[in-house]
Design a protein. Structure first.
Length: 114
């Protein structure tokens, strides 16, 4: 059943060849460079959030799993909620100084933005 998942083949032209097997392109996840080679910017954001402040960590390159792990660590250390997706970590509240200090302790090159 997993070989015949039609949702993954939307937009593919029908083939009359009975031996045809559709192969998906496998996306390579980028390798995460070591922390000292990453330049992260810690800023504050208020747009489209109903006036609430969030600390935004941007500039992360690497796999989504490593991003999620770093986001989880920062959320636990700050004691607040947030999310990690699309190469950005969102921490609820204004924790720019604390997050910058934590990232520098972990070996990242973190710089405080606005």
């Amino acid at each position: 059943m997993a070989d015949n998942d039609w949702k993954k083949r939307l937009g593919v032209v029908f083939s009359t060849n009975p031996d045809f097997k559709y192969e998906e392109e496998k996306k390579e996840e980028p390798q995460t460079p070591e922390p000292s080679k990453q330049r992260l910017i810690v800023s504050i954001d208020r747009k489209n959030r109903g006036g609430k402040q969030v600390t935004l960590v941007s500039g992360f390159t690497g796999s989504e799993d490593d991003l999620a792990e770093l986001g989880r660590t920062l959320k636990v250390k700050c004691g607040v909620g947030g999310s990690a997706k699309n190469g950005e970590i969102t921490i609820q509240g204004d924790f720019r100084d604390r997050v910058t200090a934590l990232l520098n302790e972990m070996g990242y090159k973190a710089k405080r933005g606005n």
